[in-house]
Design a protein around this ligand. Structure first.
Ligand code: G3P
Ligand code: MG
Length: 247
């Protein structure tokens, strides 16, 4: 099945307008007319898949310490909204299951970024993919990505025919061609700080190129001119409105 990629994907929901990786952030992206969201998935100590970016709790919650040391019962007591704005006080860290409910309710496409805590690359992918397999059937609107090659290999083994995105850091790996051959990704997802010459080299793979994280419309336009297909953005509405029209 071919992938129906949008030109703009809401990053962590719509991170410029609501606390990242929360149900409110997913709803905000949908309210803005955005068709897909990207969310980060990791595991609690007792292997509950949750939507969360950092390995530790400090930046985006009122808790502290490593996520990998916390039971879900403790995670669900935490508050993940008031660091962002008082109007979001009381917002919680969602489970993957809760996020999927909102994604279905709002009829969104989904880029699930598997973002394991260190040392939990295999089980994070296994648990998250298992849960997703139980309910997801719109495979033209699902992309599984990870910086972790272990997690991505689990995706190949468990869900070989689901679309994968190869996530790259800004320095290109020397074995990039081998990675593309091994993981057979449907997209290459690259950093906006990647050198233009390296972006041009990515075009040779003849795969859709998605760039993270682009909040500046001028940058988005420059990248479109280079041949980039889509963007992850914290303000996806701004990027969408300012892209050149497709002919
Ligand atoms: O998946 C694209 C982007 O989210 C990767 O970086 O750190 O924002 O998860 P990060
Ligand atoms: Mg991410």
């Amino acid at each position: 099945m071919s992938l129906r990629l949008p030109r703009v994907i809401g990053h962590r929901g719509a991170k410029s307008y609501a606390p990242e990786n929360t149900l409110e952030s997913i709803h905000t992206a949908a309210d803005l007319g955005i068709k897909w969201v990207e969310l980060d998935v990791k595991l609690t100590k007792d292997e509950v898949p949750i939507i969360f970016h950092d390995d530790t709790l400090e930046r985006t919650t009122n808790g502290s310490g490593p996520v990998a040391d916390m039971l879900y019962d403790d995670i669900k007591q935490l508050e993940a909204g008031s660091w962002y704005a008082d109007s979001f006080a009381g917002v919680k860290i969602p489970t993957l299951e809760e996020a999927l409910d909102v994604i279905y309710e709002r009829d969104l496409g989904f880029n699930m970024e598997i973002k394991p805590c260190p040392g939990r690359e295999k089980e994070t992918a296994e648990v998250a993919l298992d849960l997703l397999a139980a309910s997801w059937d719109a495979h033209d609107r699902l992309l599984i990505s990870s910086f972790s090659h272990v997690s991505l290999e689990v995706a190949c083994d468990m869900a070989g025919d689901w679309a994968r995105g190869l996530l790259l850091e800004k320095e290109m790996p020397e074995n990039l061609a081998d990675l593309v051959e091994f993981f057979t990704p449907k997209t290459i997802n690259f950093d906006s700080e990647t050198e233009a010459s390296a972006v041009e080299a990515l075009l040779d793979f003849e795969l859709p190129l998605l760039c993270y994280t682009v909040n500046d419309p001028m940058l988005a336009r420059r990248l479109v001119n280079l041949g980039v297909d889509g963007f992850f953005s914290d303000c996806p509405d701004v990027i969408k409105e300012n892209l050149p029209r497709m002919h």
